[in-house]
Design a protein around this ligand. Sequence first.
Ligand code: ATP
Length: 451
Amino acid sequence: MKSAARSALLEALPDAARAAVESLAAAATRRGLAIHVVGGPVRDFLLGRPVLDADLVVEDRIPGAALELARSALPDAKITSHGRFGTVRIDVPDARLDLATVRSEHYAHPGALPIVAAGSLDDDLRRRDFTVNALAVPLTPRAREGRAPIIDPTGGEKDLAGRTLRILHPRSFHDDPTRALRAARFAARLGFTLAREARAALRDALRDGAFGRVSGDRIRRELEKLFDDAALGTDPAAALRLLDDWHVLAALEPGLRLPRAAMAPLRRLGRSLAAPPWPAPRVRRLSAGLAVWLAPLDAELRKRALQRASVRGDAADRVAAFPKVRDAALREFTRARGRGAIDAALGGLGDEELLALLAYAAPTPRRRILRYAVEDRPKRIPVGGDDLAAVGLTGAGIGRALARIRAAVLDGRVRSREDALALARELGRRPRTGRARPPLTAPEGPRREGG
Ligand code: ATP
């Protein structure tokens, strides 16, 4: 297999990605440039795992070379270029390709973004996080000249076989502490262990305070990837457990940990993200993950953790409020009679909160949450605000009546538009005596479109 690494790796790619990579390789050959598949796809290919995307480097020192090559090889593809070194993203129908020119990196101070300069393929592989991610497969004849079928300057193949994450130099975590978060993610995903020297290097970086200097945006992006991995079947609790055991969480924010009470819910959330119980294509996995992870911590620490990871705005507010929302919803479930009451209790929650709630619920409430999300939430009622205004309701009375009609529809007491209008008329005639027990969140009229 090794000698045929190039063709076997290309075979492993989705069809459109393979065709695009072949076109890039042909264009590079015409220019006399060497081009390689590098990093994650080589690792995953050698492990026999699915290769979903391709990272490529072209050996050219001219910034902008990657963009020029991509445009000439793939004139019809969607190509975007970013960064001073002109890294190029190419979207093909079934995958994403990243193409860069080879480069070297160094760090002005620990935790800073790297200073990037043109370099050789060897520099490019040696700037990487782990030996198993520092492998390249040459694609062009020029790239293969005098070289092994797999270029492995740091012993990555041996570490793949030993299922080990080994850093490339002792100050790797000082340079970029986010590599510890990557290590936990790869360890959880691939079942690898962090090499003994890497553990020692991590301890040194922790001792020297390297983690305090990492920006919130970088932490958030790594946590995003950690919860995105759950969609591919990795248990998010496993990666967070490692980060806790390694004392990385507390180094990011004093007191931060993975509470034992969050572990089983995180595992359940992971399963929901891998096999969504209802269609939620735009679910923010990070928000659902943080809601579940941070719920057992005290409110002050939860807020600090969100601030540290630069999670702001509505997403942060919802994660911060989740434990209260969860407790109120689960309490409501014990008294709610009928589907209408459940709908009113859960009506203001987004997919992220519903998934987090599901992760914490016992089997009976779980079934009710699922029935709500799958069957009841998408239901539309047969009348709108204008219909109610036409029968004489006004102002806030319209909102209240819509909520009552919705509950009656879900409970099966209103089956047609006529029934709904009759109930509306009755509500319009009835004097308002006190208010029914308020739902968990204010009803928003019939239900915003799209759930
Ligand atoms: P995934 O399967 O999660 O996409 P990947 O290995 O492809 O994993 P990316 O985050 O896409 O990971 O990064 C691509 C490559 O860039 C990695 O394989 C690694 O070689 C290198 N890399 C990414 N982040 C770092 C980092 N913080 N330090 C050093 N090298 C990195």
